[in-house]
Design a protein around this ligand. Structure first.
Ligand SMILES: [Zn+2]
Length: 214
């Protein structure tokens, strides 16, 4: 099988996301770039992830052209490929319709702040206004919301998009952004919302940056 490594990585990640309840049905999609061959492995469109095999994962080039695999690539190819083109540091991207991220994207001021230390790595979380799924327009807005260093953004009435230097980092961004949205939501419902103090957030970000620099 061609592109076996990236196909297996994408499959493992999507099954983990399903397991963790971050992805339901066939919503959500995950992509991984192979620098040597300049190709991207991405989950196929409209096919159940349970029982999927590595060879079922689609392969596209950096412009999103379908080059291998039996099933059509995800309709969100433009979002994943636009981020990979704009950010050479990004090797893996994850898009989910996870529940709390979707809820917390609504409203006038949906800014998420870290509640626990690991969440500090993923803020600020950008916001994308509603734009038709699968369009180049939403892809451009996600690129803008992530900026040069962003790891996560919320997409109104849709879900979230995260990225990382490898699949582990992109999955962490997904898990902790959803956790941040969930803890924020529940604390606001309880009336006890209290994000980490700004100083602590800054100190944590410095620690995380130093660790990543090693
Ligand atoms: Zn979507």
């Amino acid at each position: 099988m061609k592109y076996e490594k990236i196909r297996k990585t994408v499959l493992e990640a999507i099954l983990e996301a399903v397991d963790q309840g971050l992805i339901h049905g066939t919503s959500g999609n995950i992509a991984m770039r192979d620098d040597e061959d300049d190709v991207i492995a991405i989950t196929p469109s409209g096919i159940s992830y349970t029982g999927m095999k590595p060879e079922d994962i689609a392969i596209v080039d950096l412009n999103g052209k379908w080059i291998d695999g039996p099933y059509k690539p995800s309709s969100e190819v433009p979002m994943h490929t636009a981020v990979m083109r704009a950010r050479p540091d990004v090797k893996a991207t994850v898009h989910t319709h996870s529940m709390y991220a979707t809820i917390m994207a609504m409203g006038e001021n949906p800014e998420l702040k870290p509640i626990t230390p690991p969440q500090c790595e993923f803020t600020p979380v950008g916001i994308v206004s509603f734009t038709m799924p699968g369009s180049n327009d939403v892809a451009d807005k996600v690129v803008d919301a992530l900026g040069e260093k962003g790891r996560a953004c919320l997409i109104k009435n849709h879900g979230m998009f995260t990225c990382g230097k490898d699949m582990k980092a992109a999955m962490h961004a997904t898990i902790y952004t959803e956790e941040m949205a969930q803890t924020t939501y529940l604390a606001k419902v309880l009336g006890t919302y209290e994000p980490m103090p700004e100083e602590a957030d800054k100190a944590m970000k410095a620690l995380i940056a130093a660790d990543q620099a090693v």
